[in-house]
Design a protein around this ligand. Structure first.
Ligand code: CTP
Ligand code: MG
Length: 239
């Protein structure tokens, strides 16, 4: 049995607006991509890491993984080019998995501080249940449903809502089949909006998706203020 990790790093980072693709932005002197690859190469379960980056960054991504000593680990690293949308990048990553992989994690490079324990927690729950598993945290804001004009229609009951993170874990066959189903549905008239995480891809295909508790440190870098939060988390750990 072996693990495959698809690290998606092919987005443009438009909301961050750093002028370079987000995974190549630095946090504490290292790119987000480097933070993610380091954590993954140190996991207890070695396997295959597929890094998905913008086409023009492929050589650089390979160099980063070599620089981190990937050759001296039991990991095998592949780099592939991404797609226009996240789910397309995931699909390209899945296409590069070796036959021996039976459990897949999909992780956002934009969550550079997601700790190894979170990866291990997700893997353990996939192995225990045979289902798909995503990390989730309670929502703290009060949530409202509004219309196009911004007028409030109702307050949404928060007690059954969670905010989800990555890494998300799946039996390989489940995730691959769900992405194939999603791809067929994409071309139909009246297709749904693209899924923003893999849990949704599986759930739309009728699979069971379970949650495990997420981590504050798996926070996603989306806008400039998130960089301040991640820097503060790093500083608190170093202290
Ligand atoms: N991603 C990807 N390929 C895409 C779009 C996104 O691999 N075509 C990856 C990003 O690199 C990121 C993760 O998916 O690690 C989550 O996406 P998001 O936070 O939306 O990143 P970006 O798409 O880069 O940011 P933005 O939406 O602000 O442009
Ligand atoms: Mg995006």
């Amino acid at each position: 049995p072996s693990l495959g990790v698809v690290l998606v790093a092919a987005g443009n980072g438009e909301r961050l607006g750093a002028g370079v693709p987000k995974a190549f932005v630095e946090l504490d002197g290292r790119s987000l991509l480097e933070h993610g690859i380091r954590t993954i190469l140190a996991l207890e379960h070695p396997g295959q890491l597929v890094v998905v980056v913008p086409r023009a960054r492929a050589a650089e991504a390979l160099a980063v993984s070599h620089g981190l000593g990937a050759g001296q680990t039991r990991w095998r690293v592949s780099v592939v080019s991404g797609g226009r949308e996240r789910h397309e990048s995931v699909r390209f990553g899945l296409g590069a998995l070796h036959d021996s992989v039976d459990t897949v994690l999909v992780h956002d490079a934009a969550r550079p501080l997601a700790p190894a324990e979170l990866f291990e927690r997700v893997i353990a729950e996939v192995h225990r249940t045979g289902d798909s598993v995503i990390p989730a945290l309670p929502v703290s804001d009060t949530l409202k449903q509004v219309d196009d004009a911004g007028v409030v229609h109702e307050t949404v009951d928060r007690s059954s809502l969670v905010a989800v993170q990555t890494p998300q874990g799946f039996p390989r066959e489940t995730l691959v089949a769900a992405h194939e189903t999603a791809q067929l549905q994409e071309d139909e008239p009246g297709a749904q909006a693209p899924p923003t995480d893999d849990g949704e891809v599986v759930q739309r295909a009728g699979g069971t998706v379970r949650t495990v508790s997420g981590e504050m440190r798996a926070h996603k870098l989306t806008a400039p203020h998130d960089l301040l939060l991640l820097e503060a988390l790093l500083a608190a750990e170093a202290a």
